[in-house]
Ligand binder design. Structure first.
Ligand code: FAM
Length: 435
């Protein structure tokens, strides 16, 4: 068995034993209360899930095994000559719980390289779709076609022991993560570059090879992809894509089915699709105002117009965060380092100076600050990737690292079927003696 798998199993067994003891001693401890409002309002603030990979703090943002985004950028191994963290290293951290050595990361990159072949029938299935189909739909169809390769589904059909679920889940996870950049690049090249594929380069790390297959060989773009794949990977367990993956996985649907379910959620405009909405909104503003660099006053008027039309300002607000998202800040730092005079990037920064005050003044928006999606598009456009409908696919490739490592933890810890209780409003009225 690969050393990576052995190490993960050791960690999982240790944690599993701790949880067992904890539940024996404290299983009846009350950890919170639920109000009527919470069950009608998207379960905000209701603690109801366990996710081992990351934890979100409303003020400090996301932490992966206690490491913040700035700490990850500093501590995770980098590519040779690069200064951004390697996403393989983050995956290792989420699975093993410690910062990997350079050698650990090289081994993991090699494991992924070996597993990266995508069968032709997957591409043929995707080719059957009209080219103008949304990139997220093409991507998820590719993932679903690949489901035929699931080791978990095959072993389950043959009949296998519960104690081996984790290994088949990890097999599928590694295979899927290895193959996703190929499926994603195929969507991009097919839809926007006349179908001309770029062959993978086995010498490159996972994110750099993805950039290469997309057709971007600029070293800075590769660095951007490494950063992008790290910061979008996970955001604890309650967000739509993580929760959907976990929920579907709890039915013992294999990792392909579970991940595809999560990515259908990521494709929603209030979640991952917001990154395409942001750049679309900025392009429309530039067009309407007939300038590449609108002033703060012009931006303010445009924001008010957006709100008066009953629309949200994309890239601003968050269900949990109550501060500027550190993932936004990391991208801003990348922008300052590599493209400080880019007009579009400067517009993103001017929007940042303008929007929070306006949203705050509405009195109802709980978080007026930017989230991860407010910045990502402008960086991509700088390197020539203007096809904003594609952006959520990049997010999806990155999100695989978090939601699939979580799924491995679910299976290794023997997490059960998720089945919360629901009620009708008539039942609620009876509780309240209104009927
Ligand atoms: N622009 C205008 N109004 C906003 C707003 C924004 N950016 N963010 C929140 N509001 C409104 C919201 O529509 C609601 O209004 P009503 O009461 O009239 O329905 C009110 O403020 C209270 O909402 P909230 O409690 O502050 O936010 P929620 O927790 O319900 O929703 C978001 C959170 C992210 C869905 C919401 O802030 C939003 O729609 N933002 C814009 C879309 C976006 O950027 N999504 C990406 C989220 C990102 F982190 C990700 O998943 N990738």
């Amino acid at each position: 068995m690969e050393e990576f798998k052995v190490k993960f199993k050791e960690q999982a067994d240790k944690l599993g034993a701790e949880i067992k003891t904890m539940l024996q001693e404290h299983g009846n401890t009350v950890i919170g209360e639920t109000t009527l409002a919470q069950i009608y309002q998207g379960m905000r603030g209701m603690t109801a899930l366990v996710t081992e990979t990351s934890l979100l703090d409303a003020q400090d943002g996301i932490r992966f095994k206690r490491r913040s985004i700035p700490e990850l950028r500093e501590q995770l191994p980098k590519a040779k000559g690069g200064s951004e963290p390697l996403p393989e290293a983050l995956f290792y951290l989420m699975m093993i719980g410690e910062i990997p050595t350079e050698e650990d990361v090289e081994n993991l990159s090699a494991i992924l390289q070996r597993r990266s072949h995508v069968p032709t029938y997957v591409f043929d299935t995707m080719k059957a779709l009209p080219k103008d189909t949304h990139p997220m739909t093409q991507f998820v169809v590719g993932v679903m076609a690949l489901q035929a390769e699931s080791v978990f589904a095959k072993r389950y059909a043959e009949g296998f022991s519960k104690k081996d679920y984790w290994e088949a889940t990890l097999e599928d996870t590694l295979n899927l993560i290895a193959r996703l950049p190929h499926i994603a690049a195929f969507v991009y090249r097919r839809k926007y570059k006349g179908g001309k594929a770029v062959q993978p380069d086995g010498m490159l790390d996972w994110a750099a090879n993805f950039a290469h297959m997309l057709g971007y060989d600029n070293e800075e773009f590769k660095e951007l992809m490494r950063l992008y794949m790290v910061i979008h990977a996970d955001h604890e367990g309650g967000n739509v894509s993580a929760h959907a993956t976990h929920l579907v996985g709890s039915a013992l649907s294999d990792p392909y089915l579970s991940y595809a379910a999560g990515m259908n959620g990521l494709a929603g405009p209030l979640h991952g699709l917001a990154n395409q909405e942001v750049i679309k909104w900025i392009f429309e503003m530039q067009k309407e105002l007939n300038t590449e660099a609108p002033t703060a006053e012009q931006i303010g008027d445009y924001v008010k117009k957006t709100l008066s039309e009953g629309k949200v300002v994309p890239g601003y607000g968050h269900a949990v965060l109550r501060q500027t998202d550190p993932r936004f800040t990391a991208q801003m730092e990348f922008g300052k380092k590599h493209m400080s005079d880019d007009p579009l990037v400067n517009t993103v920064w001017r929007i940042y100076e303008t929007v929070p005050g306006i949203l705050q003044a509405l009195g109802k928006v709980k978080n007026p600050w930017p989230n991860v999606d407010a910045h990502s598009g402008a960086l991509l456009v700088h390197y020539g990737m203007k096809e904003y409908e594609y952006y959520t696919v990049l997010f999806a490739v990155s999100r695989s690292l978090g939601v699939l490592s979580s799924l491995c933890w679910d299976r290794a810890l023997g997490m059960p079927l998720e089945r919360p209780k629901s009620v009708t409003t008539a039942a609620v009225k009876r509780w309240l003696n209104k009927e």
